[in-house]
Design a protein around this ligand. Structure first.
Ligand code: GLY
Ligand code: MN
Ligand code: MN
Length: 463
């Protein structure tokens, strides 16, 4: 955990930004897997972690923006719980650790909220994303006279996003040290292991094991697949063959729950074929030039569009696209090959604050979300500011059902050489992803370099 002062200052800033009513922040509960005592690994709510640090279930914080009173709700364990769980820190110690003076049992929360609502005080809360929390909020926001205060607070969402978007030195250090201690070594090992006859799960298991055995966890489910054209492919059961491409998109989560998010594409057997080299070189150029363009004041959407243009230019030079590059990008024909956004914010969540609503995090009044296929999936589009941590992750994929659909619809036939795509239907996909801090003068790629150029990756694949 950070020091009590860090959490106290964050809550003070939050209360000032919101400026009215009460702010209710929930920690998560345990979540049952197949029966109630057999739970998924506990993951604390990231907003709760940010403002109240504690990584245990069944806690809540209530902040009164007028009086400044701050209450930690939760229960000390009775002896029956202690038999099973051992001694836990007392609630009063928990409160002290994060700079809170008042502790109340959880059963008092409903009554306290009721009293505040009876005085017409607004209760600000964030959008719930778990079903148990949705039900609890519906119950708590019942005002007693049939009325229900059941809308989340846009003021609170905006205040949280403005604070959590800008990472401080401790947060950056947490991400960078996790990249170096765990995520980078995972990739170095994976490159050595990516040989014919090895199963994908041998590599994904190694990756997860490396995190767990150092006391870390994974920030999101591992993608480790020779079918990289399936974007969120969590199947790991293929036995790899020579000359396939293995996409690994994986990142350790730090002990304080900060994410890392890296992708590398590795040639099974250790050598890229010439066709793979052609496509890889385009993705690498898009990634490195996107990183070079990162600086404060530039809308990330511009950097995405530039990456799309580089991909388009490259595919045109290979004869897979034709026509004017700017025209292709403006109508979105390149999205057949690059159907996702260039990146997203990263922090306590891998897609940072996505629970609060993507548009609050990645868009603003100046940059509105497009409805165009491909560009619509861009999570981060607004102007960059110092302290933002973002991912840069362009890719080129050959997705047979999408190619077949667009060809049948004769979509963008003036730009797409469908006849030339047939040999690529078994290609798979290539993505390269790094995590980048926006600094006051430009950018800093977080973590020590992980092999990325063709020469570096092939070298790292050698035993
Ligand atoms: N690992 C999920 C992503 O890259 O967005
Ligand atoms: Mn990723
Ligand atoms: Mn990512």
């Amino acid at each position: 955990m950070h020091t009590a002062e860090v959490y106290t200052q964050r809550r003070k800033n939050l209360m000032q930004k919101v400026g009215n009513g009460l702010i209710l922040l929930f920690g998560n509960k345990e979540s049952a897997m197949n029966y109630s005592a057999n739970t998924y690994p506990f993951r604390q709510d990231s907003n709760f972690l940010y403002y109240a640090g504690h990584d245990e279930p069944d806690l809540a914080v209530l902040l009164d923006t007028q009086s400044g009173e701050q209450i930690l709700y939760g229960d000390d364990l009775g002896v029956e719980d202690i038999i099973w769980m051992g001694y836990q820190e007392s609630m009063s110690k928990k409160a002290e650790n994060v700079g809170i003076e008042v502790v109340r049992p959880m059963e008092k929360l409903a009554g306290d909220l009721c009293k505040a609502m009876a005085k017409n005080r607004k209760i600000h809360y964030l959008p719930p994303y778990r079903e148990d929390r949705k039900a609890q909020i519906a119950f708590l926001m019942e005002t007693g006279n049939g009325k229900r205060e059941d809308s989340t607070s846009e003021e609170l969402i905006r205040a949280v996003v403005s604070q959590r978007s800008v990472k401080d030195d401790n947060e950056i250090q947490e991400i960078e040290s996790t990249l170096n201690a765990v995520t980078r070594p995972m990739y170095l090992n994976a490159m050595k292991m990516a040989k014919p006859e090895v199963f994908e799960y041998e590599i994904s298991g190694m990756i997860e094991g490396m995190a767990l055995k150092q006391g870390y966890s994974m920030a999101y489910p591992i993608i480790c697949s020779v079918n990289g054209e399936i974007l969120h492919n969590h199947y790991h059961g293929n036995r790899m063959k020579e000359n396939q491409l293995l996409i690994i998109d994986a990142g350790a989560e730090s002990r304080l729950h900060y994410a890392t998010d890296i992708t590398r594409t590795i040639p099974v057997g250790g050598r890229f074929t010439s066709r793979q080299t052609d496509i890889y070189s385009i993705v690498l150029k898009a990634e490195t030039e996107a990183i070079s363009g990162i600086q404060p004041g530039i809308p990330y959407r511009d950097i995405h569009m530039n990456a799309a243009a580089i991909i388009t230019e490259g595919l045109k030079s290979l004869g897979l696209l034709k026509g004017n590059v700017a025209d292709i990008v403006s109508v979105g024909a390149h999205a057949l090959f690059f159907p996702h956004g260039l990146g997203h914010m990263m922090g306590l969540d891998v897609h940072d604050m996505e629970d609060l609503g993507e548009d609050y995090v990645g868009y603003d009044v100046d940059v509105q979300r497009s409805g165009q296929f491909g560009l619509a999936y861009l999570r981060m589009a607004r102007k960059l500011e110092p302290g933002f941590v973002i991912t840069v992750e362009p890719g080129i994929y050959f997705i047979p059902p999408l190619i077949e659909k667009w060809e049948a619809e004769k979509k963008f036939t003036e730009f797409i050489r469908y006849d030339k795509l047939k040999p690529y239907l078994d290609f798979g996909g290539i993505r390269i992803e790094d995590d980048v801090l926006v600094t006051s003068t430009g950018h800093h790629v977080l973590g020590d370099p992980i092999p990325k150029t063709i020469v570096e990756v092939e070298q790292a694949c050698k035993i």
